[in-house]
Write a protein that binds this ligand. Structure first.
Ligand code: CAO
Length: 521
């Protein structure tokens, strides 16, 4: 066991580079090449890896410190004896003088990805203005224009893999005075090309010879500051880092910043707040130009309904299955029960029969009685049958829930439905009255229409729309006879239910409503 000191390796002559992240703490086990700290200059971030494995004994730096080559970083307890291997000195690469901009010395790194192309052919660029951004496993590097001029050609695109010496662009222009050159390495290059209008790149060899950061002292405000790990994560999330605000030095974006951005986006999606699910907002014209208007606030119910509808519309792949039930016999039975209903003080519409039939069908086809937990890739099967019924009220649409509808008889369902819709219209429903639904019914039968496409009441996976029953000629095999048909429109979440199942479900509903005796079986 020996105690060794790990120092900042050769960083190509750059000095006073900021420490922006410390990736380990005393007591941590580290392996060879595991990142210890992250340095950042105006142009590059560079992770300094551990040259050998061991246990971190003590940290000799803190975030915000400025370090140069040789600065002690930490002490490491290692199993091996002997001196700590230190990286070899970096060499500035003398690139041939011409107007081609080439990938500089990138040490041992091969096939480094072009992650950003910041200019296009024809652009005027300043000396040291970044042309492209490269990213390896451990570092990002901006390749700057060697002098002010015009980009005459670009040879790379985002996603290309490049190696040292590959031509990335051609720039033509005139060399600035040497005093304007900001880095010593660039200065050498500029002097070289002063008479020939050339381009080149400078480089700093990474500690393990694989990281090629550029460190010219140039103001890079407005550009994204983020390390390779954060950039990679952002690409995985599909997040444009330009939209993320960084909390680090010079606005550097940390992993936490990115996570917070994604989390906020998810919350916005859940609540439907803000601009509305990240969708472009609709620019309203000034309606008063066209006539008299008045504005009134949306009710709480209206707002909640609007949010639920958008959420469901955007997240559920909807399909609607249409069918019709011959309710001639049901209607005759219902009419025959009117006197009984009056005695009981209950109004008997077709709806309680439909609720009962749906409860039965949900038991027969339990795949309609689920919710999807997409994040966990799980289907949540419900072992209860609670059915919501949409009620139209002056304040907006509400969906009170009839609990255990499968265990209730027609009279009980009718009476509960009357009570809930009464409460809904009197604004007396409690939140609990509207929660826990497994399936919803939206009946427009008393109003009219032949079919419609209801929106699934998420997280449920299906909803039955009921339109107005009407008499139609039906062929008995011998003659056309008048029968009363009830239109059914079943919208469902195609992630949970397939088309054949939906067709079976509505067929069963039609059979049940066509012959109420089936409900007893
Ligand atoms: N076909 C033909 N007639 C129908 C019918 C249908 N499908 N459904 C109901 N009726 C008849 C009833 O039988 C009743 O007539 P009778 O008095 O002669 O029997 C009449 O229409 C009125 O019924 P109702 O509306 O009082 O009762 P209901 O049980 O059918 O509906 C309720 C109750 C609360 C669902 C209803 O009042 C309501 O609010 N419907 C609107 C729901 C809605 O807005 N859905 C859209 C959601 S998506 O925007």
């Amino acid at each position: 066991m020996s105690l060794v000191e790990v120092n900042v390796p050769d960083i190509g002559g750059a000095s006073d580079v900021d420490i922006i992240e410390i990736c380990v703490k005393p007591g941590d086990n580290v392996t060879v090449d595991q990142s210890l700290i992250v340095l950042e200059s105006d142009k590059a971030t560079m992770e300094i890896p551990s040259p050998q494995s061991g246990v971190v004994d003590s940290l000799l730096i803190k975030v915000g410190d400025k370090v140069s080559e040789g600065h002690p970083i930490l002490t490491l307890r290692t199993a091996e004896k002997g001196a700590m291997p230190q990286p070899t000195a970096a060499e500035s690469v003398a690139v041939p003088v011409n107007s081609e901009v080439r990938v500089p010395d990138i040490g041992a790194a091969k096939d480094v990805t072009v992650i950003e192309v910041l200019v296009k052919a024809g652009d005027e660029v300043n000396a040291e203005q970044s042309l492209i951004v490269l990213e390896s496993d451990k570092a990002t590097m901006e390749i700057p224009a060697p002098f002010a001029g015009r980009v005459t050609a670009l040879s790379v695109a985002v996603g290309d893999k490049v190696n040292e010496g590959d031509v990335i662009a051609r720039v033509s222009g005139t060399a600035p005075p040497a005093s304007k050159v900001v880095t010593p390495i660039a200065s050498v290059v500029t002097e070289n090309r002063a008479s020939t209008e050339t381009g080149t790149s400078n480089s700093i060899e990474s500690p393990q010879g694989a990281i090629p950061p550029q460190l010219p002292a140039q103001d890079n405000s407005g550009k994204v500051h983020a390390g390779p790990a954060v950039r990679k994560l952002a690409r995985e999330f599909g997040v444009d880092l330009g939209r993320v605000s960084g909390s680090g030095p010079k606005g550097r974006i940390s992993k936490t910043d990115l996570q917070s951005f994604v989390k906020a986006g998810m919350q916005q999606l859940k609540s439907g707040a803000g601009s509305g699910f990240g969708l472009p907002s609709v620019n309203l014209p000034d309606f008063t130009e066209f006539g008299t208007v008045e504005r009134r606030p949306m009710s709480r119910i209206h707002r909640a309904t609007a949010e639920n509808m958008v959420r469901s519309w955007l997240t559920v792949p909807h399909v609607t299955q249409f069918d019709e039930a011959d309710i001639t016999d049901l209607e005759a039975f219902r009419q025959s029960q009117k006197a009984v209903a009056e005695k009981k003080g209950i109004k008997l519409s077709p709806l309680p029969f439909i609720v009962k039939a749906c409860a039965y069908a949900l038991e027969m086809y339990p795949q309609f009685n689920v919710s999807l937990d997409i994040e966990r890739s799980e289907v949540i099967q419900k072992r209860y049958v609670h059915i919501g019924v949409a009620v139209d009220t002056p304040a907006g649409l509400v969906v009170p829930v009839i609990r255990d509808a499968n265990r209730k008889g027609i009279w009980e369902l009718a009476s509960e439905m009357a009570e809930l819709s009464g409460k809904a219209r009197d604004k007396k429903l409690k939140p609990g009255d509207m929660q826990g639904g497994c399936f919803s019914i939206s009946s427009l039968g008393s109003i009219g229409g032949t079919a419609f496409t209801p929106i699934v009441n998420t997280p449920e996976v299906a909803i039955l729309g009921v339109s107005k029953a009407s008499m139609k000629p039906w062929y008995s095999g011998e003659a056309f006879v008048p029968r009363l048909f009830l239109p059914l429109s079943l919208s469902y979440d195609h992630r949970a239910i397939n088309g054949a199942e939906a067709a079976r479900f509505t067929s069963l509903l039609a059979e049940l409503l066509g012959d109420l005796r089936r409900l007893l079986l």
